[in-house]
Design a protein around this ligand. Structure first.
Ligand SMILES: Cc1cc2nc3c(=O)[nH]c(=O)nc-3n(C[C@H](O)[C@H](O)[C@H](O)COP(=O)(O)O)c2cc1C
Length: 178
């Protein structure tokens, strides 16, 4: 497999899928392989990658997106030791301010407990919400890129560009020049 980065995402209404495509193109499409977590037997592909990106939106007042939820227990079978994982989450900070991006926090915590090294945390400055389970312990960062297509779609492109540079740096891969 020539792609170096495995990007796994779940998406109920396509926003996370569209963000995943932008992230792939920003990192360089030739080195990213995308997987929709809803597809059959997709978890088996995780083991092929040392560099992973996981994308998850939050649904229904702080719940996991349904396709991630469907494979939640199966994730426990995967050995994440030696793997670097970057996370991105989608949420709505105005509509669901008490549960902003909670699912990204749950996924991060689970994968870390399975041995992964997290990379590319993202400053929470400038976001307006009340509570989030996706914060670092010191409360200064989200555990991954925070995207809000409902309220701040105009900021997503710049956020993705900046975060992808962080991700490549953390993976020790050269910048994408195209
Ligand atoms: C019924 C409903 C419940 C939602 N619950 C939350 C929530 O608890 N926390 C949050 O941050 N966003 C919440 N959202 C916002 C979604 O995460 C957001 O729309 C996201 O872009 C959906 O991504 P997807 O299209 O990839 O599924 C909710 C949206 C809907 C429609």
């Amino acid at each position: 497999m020539s792609e170096q980065i495995g990007l796994f995402y779940g998406s109920s209404t396509c926003y996370t899928e569209m963000a995943a495509e932008k992230i792939r193109d920003t990192l360089g499409a030739e080195r990213v392989r995308m997987f929709n977590i809803a597809d059959d037997e997709v978890l088996q592909d995780i083991e092929h990658f040392s560099f992973l990106i996981f994308g998850i939106p939050t649904w229904d007042y702080g719940e996991l997106q349904e396709d991630w939820e469907a494979c939640w227990d199966e994730l426990d079978q995967i050995d994440f030791n030696g793997k670097k994982v970057a996370f991105f989450g989608l949420g709505d900070q105005i509509g669901y301010p008490q549960w902003f991006l909670d699912a990204m926090g749950y996924l991060h915590d689970k994968v870390i407990n399975l041995g992964a090294t997290p990379v590319a945390y993202w400053p929470n400055e400038g976001y307006e919400y009340d509570e989030s389970k996706a914060l670092t312990q010191d409360g200064t960062h989200f555990v991954g890129l925070a995207l809000d297509e409902e309220n701040e779609f105009d900021k997503s492109e710049a956020r993705i560009t900046q975060w992808c540079a962080q991700v490549l740096d953390a993976f020790g891969l050269p910048a994408h020049d195209g």
